[in-house]
Design a binder for this molecule. Structure first.
Ligand code: ADP
Ligand code: ADP
Length: 237
């Protein structure tokens, strides 16, 4: 279970991106975060695995306050949280395989020196992830040669290398056309339903929210203005 309590983020320039945000996510939920550009969705997701540090508040993951962890303790938690980004964040000149394997390290691998660190078991796991995402045949291409939809599948395969208990997806389909958006969200839905991976995902389009969310949080100017069932979201837009 993830409990966010009184989370506030003030950036160095004084921008208040999150204001006293509190909510709870049960294991196995597909929670969608909606809100206009600038409402704090990305800041919220990035605080949860400490890509950025919250200013105040608690991020309790199975009772441990992620906001207070440092060093090895923090790395341990991060290793179980997969992250999927709007612009994929792949190392474009590296192969698909290297990009996926880098998920094992929890940071982006950039050079061939990293390649030697992976065991045959890691490579087999990467092949399985690529197979599951339907792109094993692309494994030896450079990431830059792939289409946007394929690159996002690589991003998800990379996240799977972490055996994630939770995936944080920051506008994962905002750069994709509607057909590809559905295909990516169906992969996330499959991981959620079949593997019971908790998914926190920010989305723009309400039809996608209706289709995939098990619950919805609405942010406006850094504050929660809606929390509940997707059936009611039309009333807040
Ligand atoms: P969203 O993901 O909903 O578009 P963000 O979390 O990216 O929202 O941004 C929330 C607010 O914080 C916006 O006002 C944005 O301009 C501001 N912001 C985001 N990143 C930074 C930063 N590094 N420094 C200062 N302000 C930032
Ligand atoms: P990068 O571009 O980040 O160096 P690459 O994936 O292009 O990563 O390759 C890294 C190194 O690993 C290269 O020397 C390449 O020849 C080698 N390599 C690539 N794929 C494999 C593989 N399946 N098994 C063993 N070595 C590989």
């Amino acid at each position: 279970m993830l409990e966010i309590r009184h989370l506030t983020k003030v950036y160095d320039d004084g921008t208040v991106a999150l204001k006293d945000v509190s909510f709870t996510v049960q294991d196995g939920e597909f929670l969608v975060i909606i809100g206009l550009s600038g409402s704090g969705k990305s800041t919220l997701l990035r605080c949860i695995n400490r890509l950025i540090n919250p200013t105040e508040g608690e991020i309790l993951w199975d009772g441990v306050d992620v906001a207070k962890l440092e060093g090895e303790e923090l790395r341990k938690v991060r290793r179980r949280i997969g992250m999927v980004f709007q612009h994929f964040n792949l190392v474009k000149r590296s192969s698909v395989m290297t990009n996926v394997l880098s998920g094992r390290l929890g940071y982006a691998a950039t050079s061939s020196s990293v390649f030697g660190r992976f065991s045959p078991a890691d490579r087999e796991k990467a092949r399985q992830a690529l197979t599951r995402l339907g792109i094993l045949d692309q494994a030896h291409k450079r990431a830059s040669e792939l289409s946007g939809g394929q690159q996002q599948r690589v991003g998800i395969a990379r996240a799977l290398m972490q055996d994630p208990k939770m995936i944080l997806a920051d506008e994962p389909v905002a750069s994709l056309d509607p057909v590809l958006a559905h295909s990516i969200l169906q992969h996330l839905e499959n991981l959620n339903k079949v593997d019971n991976i908790t998914v926190l995902c920010s989305l723009h389009y309400l039809d996608l929210v209706q289709r995939y969310a098990s619950r919805v949080i609405g942010l406006r100017a850094g504050e929660i203005v809606y929390e509940g069932d997707k059936a009611d979201i039309m009333s807040i837009t």
